[in-house]
Design a protein around this ligand. Structure first.
Ligand code: PEP
Length: 266
């Protein structure tokens, strides 16, 4: 059985004191040996202090991004090895907030515009540094309504994982995050999530072999809350959650973890 993983993507939220408080509350809620993996994914500047905050606890650490090169003139970036040095186990790559524009209201345009080729290079760099990349894929509402979901998933999976060899693939995690469900309060239905997860697993099977794909964890992300987590996590191909907004309150995040444990019967 795949060990579920619930990770909280703080995005650019919380300050140091509230991050530390959240970790203390989470540690108290989790106990010594939860039957699943739990991670917090704070802003890069907080990785070292959060590594101290989670020390000697089951809470693991992830970064929200890394760069593809190992060193050089890349102002503002951090390499995969630097991320690893902070104590991270995971790194999120290809989040839709990095693939797409931040939003039309941003006067600066706010475009990160990361494409699959760049994400693939980052993914290989992360694996080489000993990190487990959480590679995000998912369609926009327009693409779903246009019947393009599977084509988008094909393109993103093939493109973002290009260069990942079958022997390295075991360290991958994929997060299915329909863009229309992120931060909107509107989650995918369990049926929609299961269909996309099964599709992704099949696609991973064609890339890396079905045995490897059957062992890979595929998280669902998009408006996961204490109220919807159990139904989503009951889906057989959903192996945990990547949680944004609801990971910023320890009580909600702990309820999501509990819900996942309950749904999986572990
Ligand atoms: C995310 O940012 O990865 C996410 C899933 O956000 P939210 O849970 O707030 O929709």
């Amino acid at each position: 059985m795949r060990r579920p993983i619930v990770a909280g993507n703080w995005k650019m939220n919380l300050d140091l004191a509230s991050g530390r408080r959240l970790v203390l509350e989470l540690r108290a809620a989790l106990g010594a040996a939860p039957p699943l993996d739990v991670a917090i994914i704070p802003p890069a500047i907080y990785l070292f202090p959060m590594a101290r905050a989670v020390a000697d606890s089951p809470v693991m650490l992830g970064a929200q991004n890394c760069w593809r090169d190992s060193s050089g003139a890349f102002t503002g970036e951090v390499s995969a090895a630097m991320v690893k040095e902070t104590g991270c186990t995971y790194v999120v790559l290809g989040h839709s907030e990095r693939r797409h524009t931040i939003g039309p209201k941003d006067p600066a345009g706010g475009v990160h515009g990361e494409n699959d080729a760049l994400i693939a290079e980052k993914c290989v760099a992360a694996l080489c540094a000993g990190l487990q990349p959480i590679v995000c894929v998912g369609e926009t509402l327009e693409q779903r309504d246009g019947g393009e979901t599977e084509a988008v998933l094909d393109r993103q999976i093939e493109g973002s994982l290009a260069g990942v060899t079958a022997d390295r693939a075991k360290d991958l995690i994929v997060a299915y995050e329909p863009v229309w469900a992120i931060g909107t309060g509107r989650n995918a239905s369990p049926e929609q999530a299961q269909a996309s997860h099964a599709y992704i697993r099949g696609r991973l099977g064609r890339l890396f072999g079905q045995g490897t794909a059957d062992d890979l964890r595929i998280q669902y992300g998009g408006s996961v809350k204490p109220e919807n987590v159990v139904e989503l996590m009951k889906c057989p191909d959903v192996d945990g959650a990547l949680v944004g907004g609801a990971s910023l309150k320890a009580t909600d995040f702990a309820k999501i973890i509990e819900g996942c444990v309950r749904a999986k019967g572990i």
